[in-house]
Design a protein around this ligand. Structure first.
Ligand code: CAA
Length: 286
């Protein structure tokens, strides 16, 4: 389906990424159906979107009329039924291959046959997800960066069977959202996390070995390399469980010991210290 024929976008999963994706599509004029099995998660999503839009209104880059119109374009649901009329679907559920494959198999039956099914996965194989459907040519990765409303890059992942037309449509949508789509091949971690996670993992080892405190390591990377956030602040922001899941995908998928997750990271995740979202990670959050 060509970019200009897409009006109604389905987003599945109302976590941090799903919220952000729903927000940016609605801000760009698309009707959005945001679906999650959890009604409280949908309520939290709406509050998060309102807060983010409020920040744009506060600094004068969005009018209150546009904020209200954006919010009115987002409908929420706890079942997939509204996706029967969707023109494009993006999945942003939990980072588990089995859960995503089951959802893609269901989406294949719920949505129109010409609809592209995109995944916001940060590292799971797009080819594997495509193979769970009867339309692997229309399955691709559309990997947004956190925080979605601010970050301009979207990684576009081409699975083994993804058609050129589908990639072109996804790239067109990125442009409509004011973002830049960059194509990556379907190998573990794609481009972003193949490069980011080994750096974060090295920072975890540096803490474990006492090379520096989290503050010192972050200060070096912020002040010395001009990174907007130090690696440990960024890992807390991404979620330490998500970092561990991505490192496991890199380690299992590429088989190279250089991707082995740092034991300190594993211990923190086992303790439930997941970063900002749990209140405790390398830093403590109020
Ligand atoms: N919505 C709207 N506005 C927001 C916002 C949101 N969700 N989050 C922050 N802002 C605004 C703030 O209101 C603030 O506005 P003003 O400048 O007008 O005051 C501005 O953005 C900057 O925010 P802060 O002052 O709070 O903090 P900051 O200057 O450090 O910027 C940041 C925040 C843009 C997130 C910046 O720290 C940054 O770029 N960090 C790196 C983020 C990054 O690397 N993301 C990728 C993570 S990896 C990933 O997502 C992929 C994966 O698979 C793991």
């Amino acid at each position: 389906m060509a970019t200009h024929s897409i009006h109604h976008v389905g987003v599945i999963g109302a976590g941090t990424m799903g919220n952000g994706i729903a927000q940016v599509f609605a801000q760009s004029g698309f009707q959005v159906s945001l679906v999650d099995v959890s009604a409280p998660a949908l309520d939290r999503a709406r509050a998060a979107i309102e807060k983010s839009l409020g920040r744009f209104v506060g600094k004068g880059s969005l009018s209150s009329t546009d904020r209200d119109a954006t919010l009115n374009r987002i409908a929420t649901a706890t079942a997939l039924d509204p996706l029967a009329s969707a023109d494009y679907v993006i999945e942003a559920i939990v980072e588990r291959a089995d859960a995503k494959r089951a959802l893609f198999a269901t989406l294949d039956t719920v949505t129109r046959r010409d609809v592209i099914l995109a995944s916001n996965t940060s590292s799971i194989s797009i080819t594997l997800l495509g193979a769970a459907t009867t339309r692997p040519d229309l399955v691709l990765g559309m990997h947004f960066m956190n925080p979605v409303p601010l970050m301009t890059l979207v990684e576009l992942i081409r699975g083994q069977a993804t058609a050129d037309d589908a990639m072109a449509t996804a790239a067109g949508l990125c442009a409509t959202l004011g973002k830049t789509g960059v194509e990556a091949a379907d190998y573990p971690g794609f481009i972003a996390n193949r490069i980011l996670l080994p750096m974060l993992n090295e920072a975890f080892f540096a803490v474990m070995e006492g090379v520096g405190t989290p503050d010192a390591i972050d200060a070096v990377m912020r002040g010395g390399m001009n990174h907007p956030m130090g690696p440990l602040t960024l890992a807390d922001f991404i979620g330490l469980d998500v970092c561990l899941a991505i490192l496991n995908v890199l380690h299992d998928g590429l088989g190279d010991p250089k991707y082995r997750p740092c034991p300190l990271l594993k211990r923190m995740v086992a303790a439930g210290h997941l970063g900002r979202k749990s209140g405790q990670g390398f830093y403590t959050y109020a």
